[in-house]
Ligand binder design. Structure first.
Ligand code: AMP
Ligand code: MG
Length: 349
């Protein structure tokens, strides 16, 4: 194994570790892995059956791309997005990079189809709750109800944004973009698309269980684990061709006081964290959609998740409720091999 740490940039925390695993006693490495640190998340890229020179070129280019995304899309570290939010607050138009324009477009689609349950314009509310941090858990009581109500009353929405080429304008000064619910998915899409342009068709880009897998692992498909809200895994599945698997949960990132936990996914209509769903897993082709959908379906909750999933065009979804019971669509049930002891109910749509 070869390990080659890269220098850590001063302004962001992005690192790269090369691991080349040799296949048996052959000298050609069969699998190449690299790790990156982006938006406070460790992201691992695995390439199967790729020439070493192509792998190192891919990893170098991905590092630059992830660094750019980290700088441009970060919700609270100073960069392009914080500049855009500052312009919106001042009632001014803002210039955005093509990737941010795309994030706004995707976000608008997700907000529209989820009837506002996914809303990336609630950055001020996310900040008020203290969720603009990578250090979890946050200790302390929730913000004052009056502050929460005041921000909800400003009704920010990504649909308030008009896109004209690379210029963004908003009719609502309360719009503060926070792509925390979609950025990882879109970053993974960009990475996968780039790998394809380099002729790499067998790969996984994995951010702690949120991933997109392409092609296969030699003679067998990629097999991936699905995270359980209680820790560990709830099951595993084989990916086919090119698809994304994303899980959103209320179990890792939260604020807590002596009384209770306040998870980091907020219901934009109330301004309060969603409590009654432990996790949602979505499988679909695009990472951005899987990511945004998993976040939105947490907000939709037990009562509404099926209707919102249909509206998003999804048929492979699992929701785990607070008791640990899994509610799965038929198609998800066909694919997911549960670990022993999981209570589940299959819903048809
Ligand atoms: P995820 O882990 O993909 O579910 O994304 C959670 C992150 O998305 C949070 O840390 C916030 O930055 C942001 N967020 C919270 N609530 C919402 C919401 N209702 N719609 C869109 N983004 C949200
Ligand atoms: Mg998400």
């Amino acid at each position: 194994m070869l390990t080659q740490p890269m220098p850590r940039p001063a302004t962001t925390a992005l690192c790269l570790i090369f691991c080349l695993f040799l296949a048996g006693c052959q000298q050609q490495p069969a699998e190449h892995k690299a790790q990156f640190f982006i938006f406070g998340t460790l992201l691992e890229v695995s390439l199967w059956d790729t020439p070493p020179e192509t792998a190192s070129r891919a990893f170098g280019e991905l590092q630059d791309m992830f660094q750019q995304m980290h700088n441009d899309w970060h919700a609270w570290e100073p960069g392009q997005l914080t500049e855009i939010n500052r312009a919106f607050q001042a009632g001014l138009p803002a210039l955005a990079s093509p990737s941010i324009v795309k994030l706004v477009e995707y976000s608008q689609q997700a907000e529209l189809k989820t009837d506002g349950r996914f809303n990336p314009a609630i950055g001020a509310l996310v900040g008020l709750w203290g969720f603009h941090t990578s250090d979890y858990p946050i200790e302390g009581p929730p913000p004052a109800g009056s502050q929460i109500r005041a921000l909800v009353a400003t009704a920010p929405s990504s649909l308030d944004i008009t896109i004209d080429g690379q210029q963004l304008t908003t009719s609502n000064r309360a719009v503060q973009l926070d792509f925390g619910g979609i950025a990882k998915g879109y970053a993974i899409d960009i990475a996968c698309d780039h790998l394809k342009t380099l002729g790499i068709n067998n790969a996984i880009v994995n951010a702690g269980g949120d991933l997109r897998a392409m092609g296969d692992h030699g003679s067998r498909p990629w097999r991936i684990a699905v995270r359980s809200p209680g820790g560990g895994i709830i099951g595993s599945l084989q990916t086919t061709r090119d698809e994304a698997v994303f899980t959103s949960g209320n179990y890792e990132r939260f604020r807590q006081d002596q009384l209770q936990r306040y998870p980091h996914i907020l219901d934009p209509r109330t301004g309060w964290p969603v409590q009654d769903v432990a996790s949602v897993t979505v499988i679909t082709r695009q990472g951005w959609l899987a990511d945004a959908a998993a976040t939105a379906l947490i907000v939709a909750g037990l009562e509404e998740w099926q209707g919102v999933a249909i509206s998003l065009g999804l048929d492979q979804v699992m929701l785990v409720d607070e008791t640990g019971k899994a509610w799965v669509t038929e198609k998800m049930n066909e694919r997911l091999e549960f670990v022993d002891g999981v209570e589940k109910e299959v819903v048809n749509f």
